[in-house]
Design a protein around this ligand. Structure first.
Ligand code: FMN
Length: 464
């Protein structure tokens, strides 16, 4: 007798395809509407930013242009398509650089798109303000790459690229003065001061979460923050120690009254503990004070409301969220889940990967409780060192391998959720997890759809 399994599989594939086609069609309509509304501005101000500095400068610049009688459209670099560039006359870009001279997340689709389409841009003049830090090998690397790519497409330089080290105000003013010289501005915009506020926080608890793990030890570390210490889910805490700074995703919300981290010990080749992880996981004494500042991380904030309900002040309770991460990346995802718990936004799907199903089950109780009460609609965990363990008898719904594999197994549900407007948030390692996941999403949805999700703010990442 013929088995029904191939028929069911074929049916499921057809269903995925139909849902995806409908979703793409809706996107095309939305894009057509959006571009019709926005087509009049020939002056574009585009930014790519993770910490918010480039975004803030671009925003102030757009406001100033508007106050000085110029219509300018503010976009993330991911939203600037080749078609949009062909229609534009002037492009002003403010961008930072991350990784090994790479784009911030909300600008990472721009160069591939430009390179593959090679639009003819001889009618476009442009100028770039690059934000960076000379401590990094590829100082302003992304701004420089952008400059080369635009030149290659025939665009002309309105004013030369200015590279800014550590937000030095003189360099920023130099660029703005060039815009004044070229008649775009009549006076400099007043920019936000970027001074960091450093607060002390008292260490109140530290817990080793994975004794016996095949991976390095990971700790939950809790501090009592100073009252004036403000952050929102998705933000990064900067630990200031011995004249150096280390960054950690914050795992808690301000309303919990605790500054919580999930920190993995980092060990050098000679066996020494890293400066920051050594301090947090071992050396800092209980009740001692440590110094922190907060780096706002707008590209990993959860949007408060759907773009089509932008006038609503309340978070949309029906907004679906897919959270994907591995290892200590659970920190950033937990903060979002806590925030959404208080906002009564319960349609959450967590896909989380670690090594062993026996030892690497961080915050297992919290996650299981959330699943039971329905704050998590789905919880799918993956374990790369599961061996031949029967996962269902150890931990319930789990898969061998990595989070990317879960996306393959759950492709149908993922497409369904995206067609219902879900947002994807990814936190964890850039190499391996985030890059492979990106590839899987592009294979499943198509590169253009993934770029569009990012441009719409529905694919957000905090990867390191
Ligand atoms: C993890 C990390 C990686 C960075 N990598 C680079 C780099 O490769 N080259 C560079 O010039 N600056 C680098 N920077 C510095 C940022 O580009 C700089 O702080 C910039 O002002 C941030 O602007 P934003 O807040 O708009 O993202 C890096 C900063 C961080 C935190």
């Amino acid at each position: 007798m013929l088995s029904a399994v191939p028929l069911i599989q074929a049916g499921a594939l057809v269903l995925v395809w139909i849902l995806f086609t409908l979703w793409c069609f809706r996107k095309v309509l939305t894009r057509a509407r959006a571009s019709a509304q926005q087509s009049s501005a020939t002056l574009l101000v585009a930014y790519a930013s993770e910490g918010g500095a480039a975004e803030s400068i671009a925003q102030r610049l757009t406001e100033s242009l508007y106050q000085q009688g110029r219509e300018a459209q503010l976009l993330t670099l991911n939203q600037v398509t080749s078609a949009r560039l062909i229609k534009a006359k002037t492009l002003l870009v403010v961008t930072s650089t991350y990784g090994a001279g790479e784009a911030p997340d909300n600008g990472r689709f721009f160069l591939p798109e430009l390179t593959s389409n090679s639009p003819e841009l001889s009618n476009l003049s442009y100028s770039i303000l690059g934000l960076g830090d000379t401590e990094y090998e590829h100082f302003c690397g992304f701004a420089l790459a952008l400059n080369t790519a635009l030149e290659k497409c025939g665009a002309t330089t309105l004013a030369p690229l200015v590279e800014v080290d550590k937000l030095h105000p003189v360099a920023i003013d130099l660029w703005l003065d060039q815009l004044i010289e070229h008649g775009l501005l009549t006076r400099r915009p007043v920019l936000d001061s970027q001074t960091q506020r450093i607060h002390s926080a008292r260490l109140i608890g530290r817990r080793h979460l994975n004794p016996g793990s095949p991976g390095a030890p990971i700790f939950e570390v809790n501090f009592a923050p100073h009252d004036a210490f403000e952050w929102r889910a998705g933000d990064i805490a900067q630990l200031h120690l011995d004249g150096q700074m280390r960054e950690y995703s914050i795992a808690s919300t301000k309303s919990e009254g605790v500054l919580k981290f999930l920190v993995r010990e980092q060990t050098s080749a000679t066996g020494e503990l890293g400066l920051g992880s050594g301090w947090l996981c071992k050396h800092a004494e209980l009740q001692s004070e440590s110094q922190f500042s907060v780096r706002s991380n707008p590209s990993f904030h959860c949007p408060d409301h759907r773009p089509d309900h932008s006038s609503d002040d309340c978070p949309d309770a029906a907004q679906k969220l897919i959270l994907i991460g591995n290892g200590s990346g659970l920190a950033g995802l937990r903060a979002h889940l806590k925030e959404r718990e208080s906002n009564k936004q319960h349609d959450n799907w967590l896909i989380y990967g670690e090594r062993s199903p026996h030892t690497d089950r961080h915050w297992d109780e919290t996650l299981s409780d959330w699943l039971e009460v329905g704050h998590l609609t789905h919880l799918d965990r993956s374990f790369s060192r599961a061996g031949d363990t029967d996962l269902s008898s150890v931990i319930g719904n789990a898969y061998p391998g990595y989070v990317q594999n879960v996306v393959d197994y759950q492709a149908e549900r993922l497409v369904q959720w995206l067609s219902e407007g879900a947002i994807i948030m990814v936190c964890g390692s850039r190499d391996g997890m985030a890059s492979d996941l990106d590839q899987r999403l592009q294979t499943l949805l198509g590169a253009e759809a993934v770029a569009q999700l990012s441009a719409d703010g529905r694919y957000r990442r905090d990867v390191y």
